[in-house]
Write a protein that binds this ligand. Structure first.
Ligand code: KIV
Length: 255
């Protein structure tokens, strides 16, 4: 049986920490799923770590769906969350509904994630009302990177912190089943985690959140163009792959 949003919410109530990891392909999703990670995010970080773009902005919904389908084929138990890319939910509620439905119907995901708080709350409400579980994402929201002026810690001033609490409460009220808090001071992330009844899943937001999410390539050390401070490398796959390919290349040349 696949993990449900009720089980994820129950984990917060029981004080059980929640692990979420990204995956973009069948093989990785299968491994992550077999380990027992309950939430797999097909993040639009796909743009950088798989497709070689400079940011998440160019990622299209068709690219996201292509990878979501592969992840769903690999993950039998984990809940698969599809990340709605830039401008697929901003223009209108109709757009948000239509594109969220594509993730569920075509992609096979069980939930979608979208960035923003108060400004997207109405759209979140409608998507949830139509039966599609939504995960929120506040703090450093990479789709707004130009507006934010770079990968900066968010919520540092009192006003910004207060706005972020409002964003979290608005998402909870709109029916989101969980919220990602990205690059937020640990104290603020802990406060938000305590103020909301749904799970807060942090990335670069300290240990006080209900769970943690990481980009799988970051923890495996297989993407080194940009290594975020908050990502611990549990392996150095770049070196392993380079050594293996070199050995193969040399053996072929040596006949
Ligand atoms: O796209 C992504 O991988 C994300 C996570 C970093 C939360 O949004």
């Amino acid at each position: 049986m696949r993990i449900t949003i009720n089980q994820i919410k129950e984990m917060k109530r029981k004080g059980e920490k929640i692990t979420m990891l990204t995956a973009y392909d069948y093989t990785t999703a299968k491994l992550v799923d077999e380990v027992g990670v309950p939430l797999i995010l097909v993040g639009d970080s796909l743009g950088m770590v798989v497709l070689g773009y400079e940011s998440t902005i160019p990622v299209s919904i068709d690219e996201m769906l292509h990878h979501t389908k592969a992840v769903v084929r690999g993950a039998k138990r984990a809940m698969v969350v599809g990340d709605m890319p830039f401008m697929t939910y901003h223009v209108s509620t109709e757009d948000a509904l239509r594109n969220a439905a594509r993730f569920i119907q075509e992609g096979g995901a069980q939930a979608v994630k979208l960035e923003g708080g108060v400004t997207v709350a109405e759209k979140v409400k409608r998507v949830v009302e139509c039966g599609i579980p939504v995960m929120g994402h506040i703090g450093l929201t990479p789709q707004s990177i130009y507006q934010l002026g770079g990968h900066r810690v968010q919520g540092k001033s009192q006003e910004a912190a207060a706005r972020m609490v409002e964003d979290a409460l608005a998402l909870e009220k709109a029916g989101a089943f969980a919220i990602v808090l990205e690059t937020v001071p640990a104290q603020l992330a802990t406060l938000i985690t305590q103020r909301i009844s749904i799970p807060a899943i942090g990335i670069g937001a300290g240990a006080g959140c209900d769970g943690q999410v990481q980009v799988v390539n970051d923890i495996l050390g297989s993407f080194t163009d940009f290594v975020p401070k908050h990502a611990k490398q549990y392996a150095k796959l770049t070196e392993t792959i380079r050594d293996a390919v070199t050995e193969y290349h040399n053996e072929v040349k040596d006949r």
